[in-house]
Design a binder for this molecule. Structure first.
Ligand SMILES: [Zn+2]
Length: 353
């Protein structure tokens, strides 16, 4: 009988709990990621001596590297160090930039990577993509996914709360991205498994009434971000988690750098994406997304990230150029700049009360 199934790439282990970093050494040897202990550890700029001493006692003999900035140059330099040292594996500890830099460096050095996330700002924890800056721009690079994923809730609790909440915006933007993918179904295949994973991840968070103050919520948020990463692995692209919402956030990043973080802009972009679809179901989803963003004090209107309506409209007009070939509600409607300005004004009037 033919084997009518597909094999999926997945991390060997996923650990979400308090105190996980202190157990890294046994995690690495138990899962056979690194048996000799010849391991490199890349630590982000936001992590203090506390992490270093925890690592030193957990992985005896590990070589520590500081990673400054999520750039291609930083990744290439770390990659060269990793190759020189002939390490068995590299552990990347930090926020999105550190993990993305380490992921790319590990792929250059041809060694496995373990991701230890210290905040929950976006779904890159487990994705096969590195988002890195180069020559003033930002690019997404395909890389192997991390071999093991660790989220230490003690570190997440110590991170700035804004960075932890931001992941909520990224995960619920899956709902808008999925509608965009379905809209493109006549010209590209939609992967039902990737859709179900991305949607389940978003719904796990959308209507929860608790907040980042609760370990239970943080665990669900971490799992949802990991599941979103897996959905992208299954799809072989960022499609299930990135539609008009992410086109808008990339446009804001390019036109108005430093406006806000990834997850906050993704949530705002998702709400605007649902506003552009005028059917009843989308209206209900818009209300649910806005309720969720408000509940977690995330931005809903451009003014809350410091953008004027004209600036946001400019970003919406530019958005399709950030992901050529991706078909979303923006390409579908193909609004003129004047129409975009009107729709942005109507959006703000409809949600800003
Ligand atoms: Zn994202």
């Amino acid at each position: 009988m033919p084997l009518l199934a597909r094999m999926l790439t997945a991390p060997l282990t996923v650990t979400v709990r308090r105190g996980a970093v202190a157990q890294l050494g046994s995690l690495l040897s138990d899962s056979r990621v690194a048996t000799s202990g010849h391991v490199a550890v890349a630590v982000g700029p936001g992590q203090g001596d506390q992490v270093s001493s925890l690592i030193a006692s957990s992985i005896v003999g590990a070589s520590m590297f500081r990673v400054d900035g999520g750039t291609v140059d930083a990744a290439v330099s770390l990659g060269a160090d990793l190759r020189k040292g002939a390490y068995e594996a590299v552990v990347g500890i930090g926020g999105g930039k550190t993990i993305d830099t380490t992921k790319y460096a590990a792929s250059l050095a041809g060694i496995p990577m373990v991701a230890v996330a210290t905040n929950l700002s976006h779904d890159g924890i487990c994705s096969p993509v590195s988002s890195l800056e180069y020559d003033g721009g930002k690019g997404s690079f395909g890389v192997p996914m991390p071999l093991a994923i660790v989220v230490d809730l003690d570190f997440v609790r110590a991170a700035p709360v804004r960075l932890v909440r931001a992941g909520i915006g990224d995960v619920i933007s899956n709902l808008s991205a999925i509608e965009d993918w379905l809209l493109a179904a006549s010209c590209e295949p939609v992967d039902g498994l990737a859709v179900s994973m991305a949607r389940t991840a978003a719904y796990a968070v959308l209507d929860r009434q608790d907040s980042v103050d609760s370990d239970s919520f943080l665990t669900t948020l971490a799992e949802s971000l990991i599941l979103s990463g897996m959905a992208m692995v299954v799809a072989g692209s960022s499609r299930p988690c990135s539609g008009a919402d992410h086109e808008i956030l990339h446009a804001v990043d390019q036109l108005f750098p430093g406006t806000s973080n990834h997850g906050e802009l993704a949530g705002l972009g998702a709400a605007f994406g649902f506003f552009l679809r005028e059917d009843d179901e989308s209206r209900a989803k818009l209300a649910a997304v806005v309720r969720c963003l408000r509940r977690h004090s995330l931005p809903v209107v451009p003014g809350e990230v410091g953008l004027s309506l004209d600036q946001f409209a400019e970003a919406v007009c530019f958005a399709p150029e950030t992901r050529p070939g991706r078909y979303t509600i923006l390409e579908h409607l193909a609004l003129t700049p004047q129409q975009v300005r009107e729709r942005v004004g109507e959006y703000v009037r409809s949600v800003d009360h």
